[in-house]
Design a protein around this ligand. Structure first.
Ligand SMILES: [Zn+2]
Ligand SMILES: [Zn+2]
Length: 293
């Protein structure tokens, strides 16, 4: 698939998404007074239509490099085993293993101050909706979202399996950021709900460094970083880090001196990228018996 075909596919998905998410966010909004035209919409549209281009280039470079480095290390029987599996099993394997990678790399981006400067761009979102989902720094997305691509190439997963995985991942990514208050009851522990990810974006100390999973809350449950508050969303989203509200400014933010200072702990928001994630979460919020997504 050429670059243009890939870009065209993304635009087509966005058109379909607008047909679904615009009415959905009006029907069952999480933030009732938030409208489609809200603060930072222009910034998020720039990330949606232009930011995707450096993401595609950065991802291609990262994937090519890692695959070249690791391809000789994968034994042939491992590839043969994958190819012998039915399509559905390959899709499930991509989802589960891909999300395990995502969980730990995402956690690393919160843990290491240098990486947090890139991830802070995504956490600068103060109004959650499906368009804001696109506000991610290319270097962040290239590393966190490419693990599953590398896995699929190294182990020769079927193209159809990867296509099914990618489609559900893209739709789920928009859904989990969208301004909706929908859930799926007890299945919330099986497949991540929007509210679960909204709490990852909460700007309140009790929610910092929680809910790292991309698709399966079980990783947060297993590794002690889950908060389940399905019945209500955060009061405030965002980060205290001084991420600029312009496209160029936010792209360059991780490389600027003040960002380095913030990452070193001179800014109170830097705590989101600092060792705090190692502390055990409050027992009351870490329990799966409580409400959330
Ligand atoms: Zn994060
Ligand atoms: Zn997010």
């Amino acid at each position: 698939m050429t670059f243009l075909e890939s870009y065209a596919d993304r635009v087509l998905l966005l058109l379909w998404a607008s047909v679904v998410f615009i009415p959905l966010e009006r029907l069952v909004p999480r933030a009732r007074h938030q409208t489609l035209r809200r603060a930072d919409l222009k910034l998020d549209l720039a990330y949606t239509f232009v930011g995707v281009i450096p993401i595609m280039f950065a991802s291609a470079i990262f994937v090519t490099g890692v695959v070249a480095a690791l391809s000789n290390l994968v034994p042939d029987p491992a590839r043969a085993f994958v190819q012998s599996q039915p399509l559905w099993a390959q899709v499930v394997a991509l989802m589960v293993l891909g999300d395990l990678y995502y969980y730990w790399v995402h956690r690393l981006f919160h843990r290491v101050p240098f990486l947090w400067r890139f991830h802070a761009v995504h956490h600068s979102i103060e109004h959650m909706d499906w368009i804001a989902a696109h506000r991610t720094h290319p270097l962040d997305t290239a590393i966190t979202n490419s693990g599953v691509v590398i896995l699929a190439i190294l182990l020769d997963f079927q193209v159809a399996a990867f296509a099914i995985f990618s489609t559900q991942f893209a739709i789920h990514s928009l859904l989990k950021h969208s301004n909706v208050r929908i859930g799926w009851g007890p299945l919330r522990w099986l497949y991540l709900t929007p509210t679960f990810h909204h709490w990852h974006h909460a700007n309140s100390e009790d929610a910092y460094d929680k809910n790292f999973a991309g698709q399966f809350p079980v990783w947060d449950l297993l590794f002690g970083t889950a908060i389940m508050r399905e019945d209500h969303g955060p009061e405030k989203y965002g980060t205290n880090d001084p991420v600029p509200r312009t496209f160029a400014g936010s792209l360059l933010y991780p490389f600027r001196r003040h960002a380095v200072d913030a990452g070193a702990g001179e800014n109170e928001n830097a705590s989101r990228g600092a060792p705090v994630f190692e502390r055990p979460g409050p027992a009351s919020t870490a329990s799966p018996g409580l409400s959330h997504p």
